[in-house]
Design a protein around this ligand. Sequence first.
Ligand SMILES: [Zn+2]
Length: 247
Amino acid sequence: MKGSRRLGLGAVAAAVILAPGMAPTPSDAPAAPVTQTATRAVLRPPIQQRLIPFGATRRRQMAHYSQLHYGTASWRLHPRGIVEHYTATRSLRSVFATFRSNAPDPELGQLPGVCAHFVVDRDGTIYQVVPLWVRCRHTVGLNHRTIGIEHVGLSDEDVMGNRRQRVASIRLSAWLADRFDIASGDVIGHHESLHSRFRHELYAPWRCQTHGDFRRVTMDRYRALLNAQLAGTDADTGPPDWRPSSC
Ligand SMILES: [Zn+2]
């Protein structure tokens, strides 16, 4: 969180620009020189809360999963990155049902069930599904460090070609990046996961596991839009710090 590095309300009020020809009166003049560089904060987009049950059993399962795959038995998340996904279905209802069910995932057969922190619907509505301090299973090798954002859609182009969904997604990622001090280069697509600097997977058969959603070409465009949204903030908008993958 970076709120402490920004100007307080008093300093903002003191920085009001006077019209040409208006001399500052003693009451207009700042009490002290402003020495900090003002940075803009990204506004929180509208978010609908649709939290799924994530009680003691599921948290215990997440801690056990973390022990097996990351080496620490914790379900708590301290976000360092964001992973973008699409659902491969147009049904928002089926996405919620899958996340709620806490069933072993069909691909790898482990508990807890899969989830993401947010779902962005076709009309641009953002739903929060899991609290940001809880780990969710959305990307092998990165669940211990990243927030997961799902988009209802059938392909990268399906999501990025939908203006309302794209704009909502960029606003959400920008707000999260600003809030958690996440570099825009650490906002990645699922398909880029093997090259993330945070990738860590102890279970050998999954070491090279990834999915095809949100490829590099899509994410280069996404990050350019994200950087435009982060302009004027003190966010790190440099290029991604990719790690070589032997996969
Ligand atoms: Zn994915």
